[in-house]
Design a protein around this ligand. Structure first.
Ligand code: ZN
Length: 198
């Protein structure tokens, strides 16, 4: 990914898509955001791009491939993201609500400290992903493979993990209010202390 920094003095953010500044410091942030959304809608494969701070609402993005893309601090709502591929993507500090990621393949991607509400991650591969510190409510991961993912220090409420593979998944110091682990191999997950099972 382009690691070039925003040219505004004192700003250390990575430059936004096709910009010399971050989105906030763009001379015309509306045009910069619109260009990014046009690109997202037109391309099927996106690599090494920064969309940090973008507001994405009601977008049809099914089947896209995202590699090494950044969506930090994005507001992503009512987007159709089913059957997407995410590899090494960064979604920290994002607000993700009412989105469908069903049947997606999401690997080594980071959702840390994001706020997730009312999303569908049913029947996904979520391999080695990081959900540390997330606040997640009314979201479904049912029928998914979560191998070696992390939910450390997370606050999960009314989250479905039915019929999941949670082998080597870490739920250390995690609040699990009204979460449903029926038909999942919870004996293979870690809770609180390494080595102690859920
Ligand atoms: Zn900036």
């Amino acid at each position: 990914m382009n690691q070039q920094r925003c040219e505004r003095d004192g700003c250390s953010r990575i430059v936004f898509f096709r910009s010399h500044t971050c989105l906030e410091h763009s001379q015309d942030s509306t045009a910069a955001a619109a260009a990014a959304i046009d690109f997202l809608l037109q391309q099927s494969e996106l690599r090494d791009l920064c969309f940090d701070g973008l507001r994405m609402s009601g977008l049809q993005l099914s089947g896209r491939t995202f590699e090494r893309c950044s969506f930090r601090h994005c507001a992503i709502e009512r987007c159709e993201l089913s059957r997407v591929k995410f590899n090494l993507c960064f979604l920290e500090f994002a607000h993700i609500s009412c989105c469908s990621f069903a049947h997606s393949d999401i690997r080594r991607s980071v959702f840390g400290v994001s706020r997730l509400s009312d999303n569908d991650f049913n029947d996904c591969e979520l391999i080695e992903c990081n959900f540390n510190g997330v606040s997640c409510t009314d979201t479904r991961f049912d029928d998914s493979d979560l191998l070696s993912s992390r939910f450390i220090g997370a606050d999960l409420s009314r989250v479905g993990f039915r019929n999941c593979n949670v082998r080597e998944v870490h739920f250390g110091n995690t609040s699990l209010a009204s979460c449903d682990f029926r038909y999942s191999n919870i004996e293979d997950a870690y809770r609180q202390i390494p080595g102690r099972r859920l």
